[in-house]
Design a binder for this molecule. Structure first.
Ligand SMILES: Cc1cc2nc3c(=O)[nH]c(=O)nc-3n(C[C@H](O)[C@H](O)[C@H](O)COP(=O)(O)O)c2cc1C
Length: 188
C-alpha cells in the first residue's frame, strides 16, 4: 500500500455568483459530494476556490487518489486542468479531513500579496508556492463550515469603493448645494 499526494489547478466553467450572495452553489455541491466520497476512500486534502479558479490538494492511497483524480478531470464544471504536483509520500500529513474548503481567506490574500500576484491563478504557482498553499490548507481553521468565497477581484473592488461615511457626507453636501441653488434662484 503506497501513499501519494497530488495538487492541480483548474478554471471553473460556471459563472460565479456574486460573493456577497453567499456560497457559490456549484462549489457547495462539489464539497458535499467530496466530503461523502473522500471520507469513504480515506482521501484527505483541501479545495480552494476563488477568482473562477480551483486549487485542489489530494492525499491518500495511490490507487484511490488516481481514481478520484481521473473522475474529477472528467467533470465539466472546470477545465484547463494542470497537475502541479504528483508524488509518493511516506506518511499522511493531514489528520481527519475528507475535504477542507478554504475560500480566498485573508491568509491566501496575504500570500498572494507577498508573491506580488494580483489575482488567484494557481496554474502559475511554482513548486514553493504550491507547498505554501498546501501549508495554508493544513493550518487553516476551517472546521467543516462552508464559508462564502471572497475573491481577490472582489477584495480589490471593495478597496476602491468610497467608504460609507464619506459617501454619506458627499450626498449630504450635494443635497445642500442643490437646496442652496434653488433658494438663490427664488431670490432672483
Ligand atoms: C474542482 C472539483 C473538485 C472536485 N473534488 C472532488 C473530490 O474531492 N471528491 C469527489 O468525490 N468528487 C469531487 N468532485 C466531483 C467529481 O467530479 C464527481 O462529480 C463526483 O465525485 C461524483 O460523485 P458521485 O458518483 O458520488 O455522484 C470535484 C469536482 C470539481 C469540479
Amino acid at each position: 500500500m503506497s501513499l501519494m499526494r497530488l495538487a492541480y489547478a483548474s478554471e471553473a466553467t460556471f459563472a460565479a455568483k456574486p460573493a456577497e450572495k453567499g456560497v457559490e452553489p456549484n462549489v457547495a455541491r462539489i464539497l458535499m459530494v467530496s466530503r461523502r466520497n473522500n471520507a469513504k476512500s480515506e482521501i484527505v486534502g483541501g479545495l480552494y476556490y476563488g477568482d473562477d479558479h480551483f486549487f485542489q490538494y489530494l492525499e491518500g492511497e495511490e490507487e484511490a487518489v488516481r481514481e478520484l483524480y481521473d473522475r474529477i478531470a472528467r467533470d465539466d464544471r472546470h477545465h484547463n486542468i494542470s497537475i502541479l504536483l504528483e508524488e509518493p509520500i511516506k506518511n499522511r500529513t493531514f489528520t481527519n479531513w475528507s475535504m477542507k474548503y478554504v475560500p480566498l481567506s485573508s491568509d491566501v490574500n496575504r500570500f498572494l500579496d507577498t508573491e506580488g500576484m494580483e489575482a488567484f491563478v494557481p496554474s502559475e504557482f511554482n513548486r514553493d508556492q504550491c507547498e505554501e498553499m498546501i501549508r495554508l490548507i493544513r493550518d487553516s481553521s476551517d472546521s467543516g463550515r462552508v464559508v462564502s468565497h471572497d475573491g481577490v477581484r472582489n477584495r480589490r473592488n471593495r478597496e476602491s469603493v468610497i467608504p460609507g461615511g464619506i459617501l454619506a457626507g458627499l450626498i449630504a453636501a450635494g443635497v445642500f448645494l442643490v437646496g442652496a441653488m434653488v433658494y438663490v434662484g427664488t431670490m432672483l
